[in-house]
Design a protein around this ligand. Sequence first.
Ligand SMILES: NC(=O)c1ccc[n+]([C@@H]2O[C@H](COP(=O)([O-])OP(=O)(O)OC[C@H]3O[C@@H](n4cnc5c(N)ncnc54)[C@H](OP(=O)(O)O)[C@@H]3O)[C@@H](O)[C@H]2O)c1
Length: 259
Amino acid sequence: MIPQNRVIILTGATEGIGRATAYTLAEAGCQLALVARNTQTLQALADELNTVKHQAVAIPTDMGDTAQAAALATKTVEAFGKIDVVINNAAIGVRDRTLDLQEEQARRIMDVNYFGPVALIQAAIPHLRTNPEGGLIINISSIVGRRAMPGIAGYCASKGALEKMAESLRIEVKADNIRVSTVYPGVTSTNFNDNSLGDSQEGRGRVSGVPPERVARAILKTIRHERRDVFITLFDRAFVTVSMLFPWLMDMLLSRYFA
Ligand SMILES: NC(=O)c1ccc[n+]([C@@H]2O[C@H](COP(=O)([O-])OP(=O)(O)OC[C@H]3O[C@@H](n4cnc5c(N)ncnc54)[C@H](OP(=O)(O)O)[C@@H]3O)[C@@H](O)[C@H]2O)c1
């Protein structure tokens, strides 16, 4: 898909990967429906992008509320007249071992990372269907959606759920000319860990990973080439491949690492 003039819903647009993606897509000539909860930060980002000719609207939304998530589709069509691409990027983590996971937090994670994105997809599909060029849904998962890690089970489960839903959806909407891609970032330098719920202090702080701009470029490439599964680094791809082929070996390596 040629990115120019595409109308894109981008959730989690104000920080980290989402913010880098907003700049990258604006630069590529996309029209953006920017989504996050913090109204001020979101509007400031839209204003900043609009000073350089790009067209962006801020739509403050809590993706943990399915009614709000679904309303994004109508609000975007009201602003731009169509939807070409939906990028489900907003998510939160929860840092707690399974035994300590509190139900309220586990449910909040599923609401934001799974039920909200599903509600948005369901609301967007009728608009993507009537788009003569079809549409593209991009879910930002994680390599830990493919192979869970200890200490973040609630988060891994939410990403795994999103990924499985996308596998079904891809086949279900194929005839409607709607394509579904999943992007699997590995460790990325954002404030994600500090923004995570949970009591555990293990693994907090800004980690040193790939810059979010690199993930943003991969997302732009995903729009261009509509690949099914997108990994950011060779290490991420190798980690997932080894995990799939030799799960027992990965169990052993992770047990040693986290001992
Ligand atoms: N960072 C990593 O190492 C890493 C690795 C693999 C995958 N990922 C995935 O990449 C995506 C982006 O992560 P990131 O590291 O950029 O996260 P981040 O820096 O914590 O940014 C999260 C963004 O989502 C928004 N957000 C959070 N909760 C929301 C809600 N309930 N409703 C609407 N917006 C919400 C935040 O804005 P507000 O707070 O204003 O709402 C913010 O814009 C996520 O799907 C994450 O799972 C990240």
